[in-house]
Design a protein around this ligand. Structure first.
Ligand SMILES: [Cu+2]
Length: 236
C-alpha cells in the first residue's frame, strides 16, 4: 500500500464516520398542546393518614389527571411517532420513576420497550406499586422505605395506568413506546421531536385516561414543522 492509498483509505474512513454521525436526521416537529372546553376540576388530596408525606407538602396538593397552564395549555400529553419510524432498540440508560411525598414523579413517564425502568421509594413509608398493564404482564410490588429500587421492563408498547395499592390518591402513567421519537408536553404545553430523518410520519398526542389525536406530517430535510393539537376536555 502506497502512502497515497493510506491517505485515501483514511479519507474513506472519515467519510463513513461523518455519515454515521449524521444518521438520525435533522428535521424537527414541534408544537403546543392546548384544550377547548372545561377540564375536570382537580380534587384536593388529604394525606393526613401519612404524616411523613403530608409534611413534604407545605401547600395543598391536588390530583393531576388534568394539568393546565395559562392560555389553555395542557401538560403531561405524550406526543410520539406512531407510524413512519422504525422500531428502535432501547437505550442503555434507565428511566427513573420516583415515589416522593406519596406522589409519582413524574406523573407521566415515557420510555421505550425493553428499556430499564428504575422505581425508587424516597418516602419514609411503604408503597405498593401497581402498574395496571393489560397488554404486558401485570404485576404489583411492595417497596418498604430504604429498600433498593425495583427494576422492571416492558416488551410491548402500551399506555399503562399506575396506582399504589396503599395510597389511593397516587396515580400516574407509563407510556411505553417503540422508538425514541417522543416528548411529553411541559407546563407551557410545548413538545419537540428533533433528529427526524426525511419521511412521512403520523404523530399521536395522548392524554389520560384514553384520549388521543393524530396528525400526518412530512419532513423533507432539516426543516422545523409546527403542529398543534387542541384537546376537547369535558369535566368528569
Ligand atoms: Cu403509596
Amino acid at each position: 500500500m502506497t502512502l497515497k492509498h493510506v491517505f485515501l483509505a483514511a479519507l474513506a474512513t472519515l467519510a463513513a464516520v461523518t455519515l454515521t454521525a449524521a444518521g438520525p436526521g435533522s428535521g424537527t416537529i414541534t408544537g403546543k398542546i392546548t384544550y377547548d372546553g372545561t377540564p375536570a376540576k382537580q380534587k384536593p388530596i388529604d394525606m393526613s393518614k401519612e404524616p411523613s408525606c403530608a409534611s413534604q407538602h407545605p401547600t395543598p396538593i391536588t390530583t393531576e389527571t388534568v394539568v393546565t397552564g395559562p392560555g389553555n395549555t395542557l401538560e403531561n400529553v405524550v406526543v410520539y411517532i406512531s407510524a413512519g419510524a422504525p422500531d428502535e432498540a432501547a437505550p442503555s440508560a434507565p428511566v427513573n420513576f420516583d415515589q416522593k411525598g406519596c406522589q409519582y414523579v413524574p406523573h407521566m413517564l415515557a420510555f421505550q420497550t425493553n428499556q430499564e425502568l428504575k422505581i425508587s421509594n424516597d418516602d419514609q413509608t411503604s408503597h405498593n406499586i401497581h402498574p395496571l398493564a393489560k397488554i404486558n404482564q401485570e404485576w404489583n410490588k411492595s417497596q418498604p422505605p430504604g429498600t433498593p429500587p425495583i427494576i422492571a421492563k416492558y416488551d410491548k408498547a402500551e399506555m399503562i395506568h399506575v396506582k399504589c395499592n396503599i395510597h389511593p390518591w397516587m396515580s400516574g402513567t407509563f407510556a411505553v413506546l417503540k422508538n425514541s421519537h417522543y416528548s411529553v408536553s411541559d407546563k407551557d404545553g410545548n413538545f419537540k421531536l428533533p433528529n427526524l430523518p426525511p419521511g412521512k410520519y403520523t404523530i399521536t398526542a395522548w392524554h389520560e385516561p384514553d384520549q388521543e389525536m393524530t396528525q400526518d406530517v412530512e419532513i423533507s430535510g432539516s426543516e422545523t414543522k409546527t403542529v398543534s393539537f387542541v384537546f376537547k376536555l369535558k369535566p368528569y
